[in-house]
Structures are given as C-alpha cells and as structure tokens.
Design a binder for this molecule. Structure first.
Ligand code: CS2
Length: 442
C-alpha cells in the first residue's frame, strides 16, 4: 500500500469517517490511499496507534444494527509539534496526492499554513505535481478559507510559489458528517469485551456518514473514484454546508449548553426527555431551516432527531460545548443575522443564547461545578461572574462580545429583550420549564 494521503488532525472524527472511505478504496484494489496520520500536538494517541501498527476498532451502531470494523488505512502516525520535518517530508513525498484536514475551528492559524506551505514548496522544488488540499472542518467555505491562508503565507515568501500553489493545487470546499464521540475508557472496555483485544484507539460511531466535496481536484479522475465509494461530488457545496452547520451543529451547540446546565451525561440522555426532543425539533424548524436550500430538509431534520437519540453514542454535552465561542458565530450567527433581517421570530435561539450565558457560570443546576474548554473561557466566565444576579447586565455584557455576536446585537430591541426573557425564565423556573415554554410559544 502507498501513503497517498497526509491527514492533519488525527482525532476520533477522521479515524471513524474519512479513514473508512480510504479503506473502501483500498479494499477495491486501489492501493494509493494509505494514510499518514498527523496529530497536531498531542503525542499520546499517535504513539498508542503506532504501537498498534495503525490498527484500531470502530463500533458502528444505531437502532438497527451493531457491527465492528478494524480499518487498515492508517499506515503511520507522527506529531506535528514534535516531528515537524516528518510532516513536511510526508507532504512532499512523491506518493502523496491528497492532504485532508480536521484541525478544528481554532486550527486555522498562520502556523498551519506555514506547515502546509513548507511541504508544498518542497514539492515544487522537486518538480512534483500539485496535490488536493481538502479542509474538512465545520467552517463555511472551508476550502477557500484554507487556500487564502496558504496563499498569504506563500506570497510572503515568494510570489512564484504562491502562483504554483494557486495553479497546481486544488482546495475544494467540503462538508463531512458523522457523529463520533471522543474515545473513552468505556469504549476501550467495550472493544475488550467484543473483540478480546486491548485497543487504546477504540472508537464508536453511528451508521450514518456523509462526505460532500466540491469537484475541484488536482487529479480530476479522483472525483469518480470517490463517488464510487459513496462520496457525493458536487459543483457547489454551500447548500449542504449551510444545512449541516445550522441544523446539525447549530442544534448540537444548543443541546450542549442546555445539557451542561442540566447536568446530562450524554446528548442521548437529554433526547430521552420529551421537552428536549420537542425543543430540537423547534430549533431546527423555526431557527435553522428557513432560508436553507438543501433538498429534503424535513427528512434531514427527522433523521437528525434519531441520530442525536442514538443510545450507542456516549456523546458528552461538555465535549460539544468546548470552543463554543468559536462555534457560535458559525453555527448560530447566520441564522440570527438573517432571521433578524427578515423579522422572523427566533425564540428557540434566544433561549439557546440564554443557556450559553447560564453555562458560562461554570456550575450546573444541581450546583455541580465544571471546567470549560474554550480559548475565551476566562474572559467569558469573568464577564458572567461580574454580573451574577443581574440578568440585564449579563445579557448586555455577553451580547457585546464582538468575536461571538454580530455588531449591534446587545441593543437590538428584537433580540436582547428576548434573550433576557429566557435567561430570567432559566433562573427562576429552570431550563426544563423554559424548554417547555419555548416549544409552546410558536
Ligand atoms: C459537534 C460535531 O463537537 C461538536 O461541535 O457538533 O463534532 C459533530 O458531531 C459533527 O460535526 C457531526 O458531523
């Protein structure tokens, strides 16, 4: 097998999603899709997987079936922060044809571009062909954003290099979807029980998966290859991207806030409560769906409700709540801006926003303290703390955080008072009661 793909961001998602797509291509006899898996910083997983020869188990389960798969696409691993030269070497290796990325929202920084451009510069110097560089993070226009970042970096070194990258490498937009909770000790135990092996990389996921990618590839013949194993290749990803970000990720972030405040262990636990299920239905239908163009939206929504309720997925609310200050502008921002402009009611979103404010206090409704993992956690927690006991002050201060909310939102008479209403209801009646009220409010 050849190392044809360098994947940056060796988290659970890649290993239970794209690695299985490459696995299908390999199983079909095309040996060019072996993966070099690059962890950006953490060494533990990369080393554990290396010790297992890149093998790990994936439990694929939903209400209809439970099965296990042990993919073999991962050829080797390395860590960018520890072995940068190995990553650059992998990007510039003659066998490499694709670079894929799942580095999370906060990964799109100049040091990422420097790493990729170092590798591409070596390819150019060696007279090798360009590659496809596919961002697979939950950002709108992800391919074009990554391309812009790389071109700025390249242009700061050499205009000819920037020109080569622009003409020889392709940066398709792409939407990926599969719910893959972070690996836990419980999943390791499940693998031990089902397979009789110690697996430090054991994962669990759902049967559903989707990868929609723009037809923009360095080697155009890859489009039909990917399509032959279930990838959707399209001219324009935006309608798919918007639907996924607003419907799935938008309601996921709302659930994460509400779940953290209510102290659920997992999203599926929350979905077992009737008012939560009704809330997700209302959030998706009333806030996320208006203005979206993906065909079959009601069916996509109904499938999402089932996916969130999948009891096999131990998806912690706190995992999804991480980095919310970066996720909210992408997941809620467009629906908020468009909804206000169109004069639409946005009550489920106003409640979700109030739940975010309540979440920032760092303590659930039973008085249990929790840690928040967010680059802005300290600032946001301090703001929430400063105005504790003053709902109006809290709403004003937190809606004024310019990196999270659109300008003018703190003074908007159609928005700020609604958030204040729901924050007061959460404080006086509790989140469960507030959910019941918002679903009845349409
Ligand atoms: C989740 C996503 O953690 C999160 O923020 O919303 O990882 C989600 O599970 C995936 O995008 C599903 O495709």
């Amino acid at each position: 097998m050849q190392a044809g793909v360098v994947h940056l961001g060796l988290g659970a998602f890649h290993r239970a999603h794209q690695a299985l797509v490459y696995e299908r291509l390999i199983a079909g006899g095309d040996l060019r899709w072996g993966v070099v898996g690059v962890a950006m910083r953490s060494t533990q997983l990369a080393d554990a997987l290396a010790a297992q020869d890149g093998l790990y188990s994936v439990q694929i389960a939903d209400a209809r079936s439970v099965r296990w798969q042990v993919p073999g696409a991962l050829l080797r691993t390395c860590v960018a922060a520890r072995e940068r030269q190995q990553v650059v070497g992998a990007i510039s290796a003659p066998s490499t044809r694709w670079i894929t990325l799942t580095v999370t929202e906060k990964g799109y920084a100049p040091d990422l571009a420097a790493l990729i451009v170092d590798g591409l510069a070596q390819r150019r110097a060696a007279g090798l062909p360009g590659v496809t560089v596919a961002s697979c993070d939950n950002l709108s226009d992800n391919g074009r954003k990554l391309q812009a970042l790389c071109l700025v970096e390249a242009a700061s070194r050499d205009a000819k290099l920037a020109g080569w990258i622009e003409s020889q490498c392709a940066f398709p937009n792409s939407m990926v979807d599969r719910i893959v909770p972070a690996s836990t000790e419980a999943q390791h135990a499940a693998a031990r029980a089902a397979l009789g092996v110690e697996d430090q990389g054991a994962l669990s996921t759902e049967a559903f998966w989707e990868w929609v990618i723009e037809r923009r590839m360095a080697d155009p013949s890859d489009a039909s290859l990917l399509a032959s194993v279930g990838v959707t290749v399209v001219d324009e990803v935006k309608t798919f991207e918007d639907a996924k970000l607003r419907m799935l990720n938008g309601s996921h972030t709302a659930l994460a806030m509400i779940g953290a405040v209510q102290g659920w262990a997992t999203i599926a636990d929350g979905m077992a409560l009737p008012e939560v299920r009704r809330f997700v239905h209302a959030f998706i239908t009333r806030v996320a769906m208006p203005g979206l163009a993906r065909p079959g939206l009601p069916a996509y929504r109904d499938a999402l409700l089932e996916r969130f309720a999948n009891p096999h997925l131990h998806h912690r609310a706190h995992q999804i709540a991480s980095d919310s200050s970066l996720k909210i502008p992408l997941r809620w921002g467009p629906a908020l801006a468009e909804g206000l402009a169109a004069g639409r009611e946005l009550e489920p979103l106003a409640l979700a926003c109030a739940a975010w404010m309540r979440y920032l206090r760092g303590e659930d409704e039973a008085g249990q303290a929790y840690a928040m993992s967010d680059p802005q956690a300290d600032v946001l927690k301090a703001l929430a703390g400063e105005h504790a006991g003053d709902a109006e002050g809290t709403v004003r201060a937190l809606l004024s955080v310019a990196s999270v909310w659109p300008a003018g939102c703190a003074d908007d008479p159609r928005w700020a008072p609604r958030v204040l209403h729901w924050l007061r209801r959460i404080e006086t009646a509790g989140t469960r009661a507030a959910l019941g009220e918002v679903v009845a409010s349409a």
